[in-house]
Design a protein around this ligand. Sequence first.
Ligand code: NAD
Length: 466
Amino acid sequence: MELNEKYIREIVEKVVGDVTASGALDTAGKQKGVFDTMSEALEAVKKAYKEFRSYTVAQREEMISIIRKLTLEEAENMAVLGVEETGMGNVADKIIKHQLVAKKTPGTEDLEPRVKTGDDGLTLIEMAPFGVIGSITPSTNPSETVICNTIGMIAGGNAVVFNPHPNAKKTANYAVDLVNRAIQEAGGPENLVVTVKNPTKESSDEMMACPDVKMLVATGGPGVVKALLSSGKKAIGAGAGNPPVIVDDSADIAKAAKDIVNGASFDNNLPCIAEKECFALKNIADELIDNMTKNGAYLIKGEQIEQLMKVCLVQKNGKWGINKDWVGRDAKKFLKAIGIDADAKLVICETQFSHPFVQVEMMMPVLPIVRVNDIEEAIDLACQAEHGNRHSAHIHSKNVDHLTAFARAVETTIFVKNAPSYAGIGAGGEGHTTFTIAGPTGEGLTSARSFTRQRRCVMADGLHIV
Ligand code: NAD
């Protein structure tokens, strides 16, 4: 999972050159599926969906296989664009995210029709498309979410209209162009996936209100999920998290330290599943911290913590919130901002439970560690820090009772034991990948079947053969 800096620099130079030369970022009507207005985008996608209805499942699969191929080929381009446009995350990890999407997002095999037979005949249960799906995507995984949603949604027989985060529109729209190029290479319709050149709140409202948009999917913070759930339409909401990680005294401490540093620093802590605060039993806390510092973490103390707080956070109406300028930045920059010149991929510090570093979902490579007396206290505080999001939680322990007790108490959609958090989305763990984890509406790790409706077809008194 590691790429060296020289390689990354070469990629950046090459990609910036290629992209500039090809004009791939010139959105003046050249990108496939990218429209000036939402009305035009909606008209085009409606037409495409009508055409798509006559395509076979095998043809859907052919389109998906070319999306996978192009995603692998252009993973570096999109990683570079994402970092350049948003200033968040890092190229090496964003390449891995695109590779994961390409390789591990399920296609049509996920639809699994069911059959019931018996004395009264045969009944088929098939997974049918909703139609045109409206999808709102985040700034933190802009192209990854577009590609992942597209694979799942067209596998289910749908067409898609995206309204991406305005701060990541170039990267998201590059991905919309890519999936359309793939779909057309496979003989699919034009504009099966569409978006707008300049997404806004107004274009999002127009998309949500359009009667031809039959399902809405939102990946982002609490605001967008609430807006979607008030739309009166079938909606899938993938919302915010603040994942805690517990380390108890039965764990392999050296491995736990390495896994936590790798998980919490991955793409500079942007993923919603990444470890965002750590609860360590007091009898292993020193050993854990020591091992973290041997694996790329830099420990700050006392005054330095207060200084860093002024960098990462802002206070509004007596409440702490994130300083958006610092989301997803490199750990080295945080250290530099408080006068430390050191090479590190994660900043760690010891804090109290009430500290804003623990309470706020920062999405920065800054991990607070809270010492606890026993597993009961660890579970209690970790559940409180997760704030009932029921998103993700992680633990390092070999004690089955501890593993079970935490899983039961925290009730998260993703629960990773003895691995970095990204094992929960298929990187070094079993199971498929998604970048839309639907806790609030319960679909869990979304895949093609999440974007379909069940239909039942009954044949009475016949067609069964025994
Ligand atoms: P964000 O909430 O600022 O934006 C997400 C999307 O929602 C953007 O397209 C934005 O334009 C739109 N939006 C925001 N408020 C809206 C409103 N009231 N009405 C309509 N649209 C609205 O999030 P972000 O900063 O881009 O991403 C980070 C957040 O997303 C974090 O909270 C993170 O946990 C969450 N996230 C969740 C998942 C998941 O799968 N559950 C995945 C990625 C990110």
